[in-house]
Ligand binder design. Structure first.
Ligand SMILES: [Zn+2]
Length: 274
């Protein structure tokens, strides 16, 4: 879930001036901001009781620090309900120090990275290696925004070819990577032997599914034997958790497969126990 400190949600225009990608996303008519308290209040619909939260991935590391401070504070306040990830601007001076600081303060993953908004060449090993090394060193997952290369346009839809995502995974040295939004459909290629082998440590989240796909997307994942690699994600406050339940119910997933997607896979990935 996306979490925003009040100082940004109260004055987004101030931050949009310096950050073109943030400005573009904030033009999305569905765009909303959620505080930690809003996120916890959303648990009342009974779908989930624990969330992975992170702030916006700004290009400017100082702004990443600002959102990370908020996540650190709120995770300490609500440790049973929130797991925090850190916003990081890859390839900028001070990146490694910020990762170490956030990890020491209790954050347990990096993301969501926006290759286009943060201007990194995701297929260039030189640009991604320091980030990947920092994840491997701490056994932390990294979430990367990927979107489908076809279909309707919306604010935030980028133009990164899936071939570049393949190259990024090839360069990721076995780090745990979560490709957001079903990896833009790249999971379908796990039927190719070489992709399956390269993508052993890749997971896919289902954020924004109700805007994009019908329930057959779940059936496809099941048919490909990928139920252990799919992670529930709501993109809240873009969408409420309850909006995902209809598709999940209509799908032919078993109760056990739904349980994997709704919680068990994430617990395994994050090393969270009951
Ligand atoms: Zn995304």
């Amino acid at each position: 879930m996306h979490i925003t400190p009040p100082e940004i949600s109260e004055n987004p225009k101030k931050y949009a001036k310096k950050e073109p990608y943030f400005a573009m996303l904030s033009k999305n008519p569905h765009n909303r901001y959620a505080s930690a308290e809003d996120i916890i209040a959303s648990f009342e619909d009974g779908v989930i009781d624990h969330a992975v939260v992170f702030g916006f991935a700004f290009k400017d590391l100082g702004l990443c620090r600002l959102v990370n401070d908020y996540v650190i504070e709120k995770v300490k306040e609500f440790p049973e309900k929130l797991t925090g990830f850190m916003s990081i601007s890859p390839n900028v001076r001070g990146m490694e120090r910020e990762i170490a600081r956030c990890y020491d303060a209790g954050l347990r993953g990096i993301g969501e990275i926006y290759p286009e908004g943060q201007r990194i060449n995701i297929d260039n090993k030189k640009e991604t290696a320091p980030l990947i090394s920092a994840c491997l060193e701490r056994d932390m997952p990294l979430i990367v925004h990927v979107n489908e290369p076809v279909g309707h346009y919306y604010h935030g839809k980028s133009d990164i070819p899936l071939k570049k995502i393949e190259k990024f995974i090839e360069n990721s040295m076995g780090a745990k990577i979560v490709l957001a939004h079903w990896g833009g459909g790249i999971f379908l290629y796990e039927t190719m032997k070489e992709i399956k082998e390269k993508f052993t440590n890749v997971y896919y989240d289902i954020a924004a599914t109700p805007f994009l796909y019908d329930e057959r997307i779940y059936n496809s994942a099941k048919a490909l034997g990928l139920c252990e690699k799919i992670l529930f994600a709501s993109d809240f406050p873009l969408l409420p958790q309850s909006r995902y339940m209809e598709g999940l119910e209509k799908s032919n997933l078993s109760a056990e497969e739904k349980r994997l997607i709704l919680s068990e896979n994430a617990k395994r990935l994050l090393g969270l126990c009951n």
